[in-house]
Design a protein around this ligand. Sequence first.
Ligand SMILES: [Cu+2]
Length: 506
Amino acid sequence: MHRRGFLVAGLAAALSGSRALAQMKMDGMSDMDSMPGMGGHAGHDMGAMGQGPAALPEGEALRELPLLANEAGRQGVFKARLAAEAATARFVADQDTPILAYNGMSPGPLIEAYEGDHVEITFANRIAGEPSTIHWHGMPVPADQDGNPMDPVAAGADRVYAFELPEGSAGSYWYHPHPHGRTAEQVYRGLAGAFVVKAKADPVPAEYGDTVLMFTDLRLAADGSMPDSTMADLMNGRVGDHVLVNGQKNPRLAVGTGAKRRLRLYNATNARFLRLAFANTAMTVIGSDGGLLEKPVAADEILLSPAERVELVVAFDRSGTATLTTLDYDRGWMGPGRPAEAGQMLLTVDVSDTPAEAMPPLPERLRQIAPLGAPTVSRRLVFTETMAMNATGMEMGFLINGKTFDMARVDIVAKAGETELWEIVNQADMDHPFHVHGTQFQVIERERGGKASKPAYLAWKDTVNVARGETVRLLIRQERPGPRMYHCHILEHEQLGMMGIVDVQV
Ligand SMILES: [Cu+2]
């Protein structure tokens, strides 16, 4: 409210032009009309059509993400080109869906490089009339190579991103656009890809394979197009009708009894919280955003908030069907139309009676993680929302320490190489997944309702969910100088201002 608030309509105009503004006003109205007791999905564009979401074909064989070819032709260098451009996808028979794609694909091609590699990727922005960038999410790259909103690549322009992958940086990273005011739309229209940095010596048996499962979220209008975002989408973050895995709805995988598979799960959705169970299997967490844990940890379920990743070893010891499904999770939904979180089938695994080839056991120790030592500085970041109805519409603001993002303002000055304690305090009514660029951090404590708890294990993270009413304390050390973004990774919230800049100085 007050001076910090936004008028949705004015905001929409600023973000996406006047065409989207009209759309937003209309959808906003229909949301409000349906407010009392209507269970309809606020995000839908279907009110006028009277139809539910389109049915997508299910049960195709799971496709592995195609690899981005390395054009360097010599050891220790990864060189390639990524073009962001308009493309067409076919999610439903006989309907073309205009999307955005990297090299014609959504999700984009899988980048696989090794610790110690020099990476050089030429980005060609071929999105008509829109700036873009490539942000290397979670990766230890220099500030001026990180595709932040201060370094846009104009429509039609090319730029080279170059960086080294340090020893010890093996992990499950990803890449996506981060242009000012356009990130949310470019991502939900299709721009996101996985970047796996492999270790030269990997303790996980090669027999388990190594498969990326990238979750994205799709909403289709009756004509096969992706509808513009509504007011409910801006408030809650855009949640679609279908969670896709590597671009497919509920694909199938076939394994023999006793098989173990290494799976890297990516939440690449704009705003969907994925609480996951894998029936008829045994799940073991072996890695987080920034690579392997010290030891494997058995898990019954996984909560992946937007932008988080987890590395699993899944054992298929019982023949029959094993399904990866979503469970209910209440992340605080504003207004009507809370989507059904539970019961989405993401992946179906057919476990045959035929025994799999013998699988070596997972080692008891995976690697050592040095705890970040005693902090020299403490900081407190308070997340709040302001929302109110007034005569002209809904006013809302997404704030960190009472402020919305200003590209020209440095919010925090930090010193390279120094450990800091960051306390992320969520005083808002929704969960907000907190992300920092340029480094990985270690969560040391969570506090909720006056009760503090330590995490069960040490892990490298670049994104952590901060539930409503919760405080998360983490240790963080930036090694490289330059400005870095920190923000909520519900991309609509980031876009509406829940972001700041930490300037790291030598
Ligand atoms: Cu948020």
